[in-house]
Design a protein around this ligand. Structure first.
Ligand SMILES: NC(=O)c1ccc[n+]([C@@H]2O[C@H](COP(=O)([O-])OP(=O)(O)OC[C@H]3O[C@@H](n4cnc5c(N)ncnc54)[C@H](OP(=O)(O)O)[C@@H]3O)[C@@H](O)[C@H]2O)c1
Length: 317
């Protein structure tokens, strides 16, 4: 079944004149979505946030309204409701997060709705390392994204994916790479493989600019910083004034084996980011398979100031 085919684009002439830049934002109550809404409003866009039934009373929805975002409750299971909510939009941006039922199923309904409502552009919730050439099974969350990508590429709508590498913020949080306690940078494989990092804030700024830019290509690849493991070591040393050393835990083959074991012992299938999925992400990056092709598209919106790993780490202290 082609889930896109049955939808009929709305006749633009048949509906009332829309504001020139109405961005329809799904996932606006999430961490990235809130930031995208903020930067869209800063650029003067009209923003319509689609939230789940009951979510319009949440603190995030209040914050959105205070910024002048219109918050619309919608049943994400209903293409008809989503279509109504997408009317007049110039671009649908998805910052949804979840497993297959969200990334493939919910986004497909949102896509069908965008097409049916005659919205010309769609930005899916990709916001990741470059998953486009990865082998199936190497990263569960990326498999979902490629599955949705195949549907998106068949749909009569102009799509733009933002690929930004790993959220740099994770280096001071969940990603066990720069270890502040023992002053080590932990890695597998080569310490010289270039890796892409972008803060969530820079990603949101860029996404807002791209949502308002009618001429974006299918992919935009950006990185606030490109650093190898040795580069992370130098950045951590410079930022903290403390010497960091490298700690090679083993080969990429060993990491692959550890992923299998962790997945077996702690499957946590319902979690979006269980430990083994984070390890898959690291493997994709450290192998170079998910490296963003250069030249990057950072310069497309020259007003954006990109944060480096060193600046991020210096801010932590
Ligand atoms: N590159 C990286 O390193 C990296 C790291 C983290 C995330 N990301 C990506 O960034 C994007 C946004 O992630 P995030 O961290 O901002 O996620 P988040 O904070 O968990 O927010 C997820 C959003 O999706 C909504 N949502 C979830 N399930 C839904 C459903 N079934 N129906 C309707 N709405 C639903 C949530 O609504 P409620 O508020 O109602 O729950 C929320 O607005 C995702 O693509 C994620 O994979 C990338």
């Amino acid at each position: 079944m082609n889930p896109i085919a049955p939808t009929q684009p709305t006749d633009h002439a048949a509906r009332p004149e829309a504001a020139p830049t109405t961005i329809v934002l799904a996932g606006a109550t999430g961490a990235l979505g809130l930031l995208i809404a903020h930067y869209l409003r800063q650029r003067g866009a009209t923003v319509r946030a689609l939230v789940r039934p009951g979510a319009s009373t949440k603190a995030e929805a209040t914050s959105l309204r205070l910024q002048g975002v219109s918050v619309v409750e919608v049943d994400f299971g209903s293409v008809a409701e989503l279509t109504k909510a997408c009317q007049g939009g110039t671009c649908v941006v998805s910052a949804l997060s979840g497993l297959r039922e969200v990334i493939v199923d919910t986004q497909t309904r949102l896509l069908e709705a965008a097409v049916a409502a005659g919205v010309p552009r769609f930005i899916p919730s990709d916001f990741s390392a470059d998953f486009t050439h990865l082998p199936e099974g190497s990263n569960r969350n990326f498999d979902f994204r490629r599955e949705f990508q195949r549907r998106l590429d068949k749909a009569p709508i102009r799509a733009t994916s933002i690929l930004n590498g790993m959220f740099m913020d994770l280096l001071t949080g969940q990603a066990p790479v720069i270890l502040a306690g023992p002053k080590r940078v932990l890695y597998w494989g080569s310490p010289d493989q270039p890796l892409d990092f972008t803060t969530m804030q820079n990603t949101a700024e860029y996404t807002a600019a791209a949502a308002l830019d009618a001429t974006t290509p299918r992919y935009l690849r950006v990185a606030g910083d490109v650093a190898s493991i040795r580069g992370l070591q130098a950045a951590a040393t410079a930022a903290t004034g403390q010497p960091y050393k490298l700690f090679r835990a083993g080969s990429l083959g060993l990491l692959a084996g550890m992923i299998k074991v962790t997945k077996t012992l702690m499957p946590a299938k319902d979690e979006v980011f269980p430990p083994w999925q984070g390890m898959q992400y690291l493997h994709n990056m450290l192998s170079g398979q998910a490296k963003l092709a250069e030249p990057l598209d950072n310069g497309r919106y020259p007003e954006i100031r990109w944060k480096t790993v060193r600046e991020l780490l210096a801010g932590r202290r």
